[in-house]
Design a protein around this ligand. Sequence first.
Ligand code: 5GP
Length: 109
Amino acid sequence: MADTIFGKIIRREIPADIVYEDDQCLAFNDISPQAPVHILVIPRQPYEDATQANAATLGHVMQVAARLGAERCPNGFRLVTNIGPEAGQSVQHLHIHVLGGRAMQWPPG
Ligand code: 5GP
């Protein structure tokens, strides 16, 4: 698949505010935060979106995202992964948004 800006972050070709990493994934603050806490969790393997990832990878990034949210947002948080143009996916490398630190609206826009 095509390289993306997240591939460059994984390879340390561009900077990011990394808050967690392990052998399978990386988590860093979103450059354009939509909430007081807005972290992106990405697998090192460059799957285009959640439909492409294997279960182990998807499970791991979701688990890391949930742990980071629970650590930073004691009153609750939201995990989101956008898939495709109508959902607003702008980077074609699977990522889980961890959003929290404020009350959320439902339904989402
Ligand atoms: P999507 O719209 O694909 O669901 O989410 C992509 C996210 O990546 C957006 O929230 C956007 O602000 C974030 N983003 C795009 N480019 C960069 C970057 O270079 N660094 C960081 N930290 N976040 C980025």
